[in-house]
Design a protein around this ligand. Structure first.
Ligand code: UDP
Ligand code: MG
Length: 310
């Protein structure tokens, strides 16, 4: 198919039972814009029968293109794989579990026609669990502070992106990946519009608290060097304070003749400083590990099968 107008890229991991409905609703929604579209479903090593469903959808409708990764790489890698094959003039990225509603694509598309390269959905009312909302809020507060940006948890990956944006996103070869954060970094004309977010109807989120924590730490370390700078400043501050303290002790000793007391304060300072030093080394270790990861330069994803020929 030549000159695809809209590509929809969706990573699939658990929620095979969502795919039929996703397909039907996508068709209905996309049809009102163009008939010239493709739906790229990337099976991210889903443990259920997702690939079976994707292949049967693809045999029925050639506009559905399936890509099967060799194992579970993670949502953002799956999106990367999908984008590498997307040919559309416009590309929509969305979750496969129907929390991002296919009907909203029309809204995103219409907004983009007013002259935007990126139109991202803002979840006015986020239909996620309480814990998820709280942790997400915490993450974005820390993230915004450390990267001097201003974003919050209502922004999702769900959006429409022009091929110019997608082309620049394709040049991101780094291994710690966050599609949403990359899409902010690239710039272009961007707008966020309110969209409806839906509950997860089947199955539950594949992100555990532990997985979210690792992702949050990774994103922060790879997008910000502020922790390093903070430790540098606090190191100097501490030395400066101890210098003042030394002056204070000397005055106490020579002028007021108060002998230096202090096994307790000595022990406290040793442990306090020891703790800070170990923490600093830990932070440096995190960055070193990131450099190591990038230096290995492994492929971002490995494809096991596709339903189409390139
Ligand atoms: N996903 C993926 N690989 C993973 C985890 C998730 O491709 O390892 C996809 C999943 O299929 C869905 C999207 O990422 O389309 C969001 O995942 P989920 O609904 O589990 O997370 P949440 O909605 O809680 O953010
Ligand atoms: Mg979900």
């Amino acid at each position: 198919m030549k000159n695809v107008y809209i590509s929809v890229v969706t990573p699939v991991y658990k929620c095979a039972e969502c795919l039929d409905e996703l397909y039907t609703r996508l068709i209905a929604s996309l049809r009102s814009i163009t008939n010239n579209f493709e739906i790229i479903m990337v099976d991210d090593g889903s443990p259920d029968n997702a690939w079976h469903i994707i292949t049967s959808l693809a045999t029925r409708d050639k506009r559905v293109k399936g890509i099967k990764l060799s194992r579970n790489f993670g949502q953002h890698y799956a999106i990367t794989a999908g984008l590498d094959f997307a040919k559309g003039r416009w590309v929509v990225v969305m979750d496969a579990d129907l929390q991002d509603q296919p009907e909203e694509i029309v809204k995103l598309y219409n907004k983009a026609q007013e002259g935007y390269d990126i139109v991202v959905g803002k979840r006015v009312e986020r239909k996620d669990t309480f814990i998820k909302k709280i942790t997400s809020k915490l993450f974005f507060t820390i993230y915004s502070y450390l990267t001097d940006t201003n974003i919050d948890g209502s922004i999702s990956n769900f959006g429409i992106y022009s091929h110019k944006v997608i082309n620049s996103l394709k040049s991101f070869k780094e291994h710690t990946r966050s599609f949403g954060l990359f899409a902010i970094w690239v710039g272009f004309t961007r707008i966020e519009i309110a969209i409806e977010h839906s509950n997860r109807k089947k199955g539950k989120s594949s992100y555990s608290i532990k997985k979210l924590f690792v992702l949050a730490l990774d994103s922060i370390v790879s997008h910000s060097d502020k922790p390093l700078k903070l430790f540098l400043t606090s190191g100097f501050m501490l030395s400066f304070l101890s210098f003042l303290y030394a002056i204070f002790l000397v005055i106490q000793f020579y002028i007021f003749s108060i002998p230096v007391t202090g096994w307790t304060s000595l022990m406290v300072s040793i442990y306090f400083l020891g703790g800070i030093i170990i923490a600093c080394m830990g932070i440096i270790g995190l960055y070193l590990n990131k450099i190591y990861d990038e230096a290995k330069n492994r492929p971002l994803y490995i494809i096991a099968a596709t339903t189409f020929k390139e």
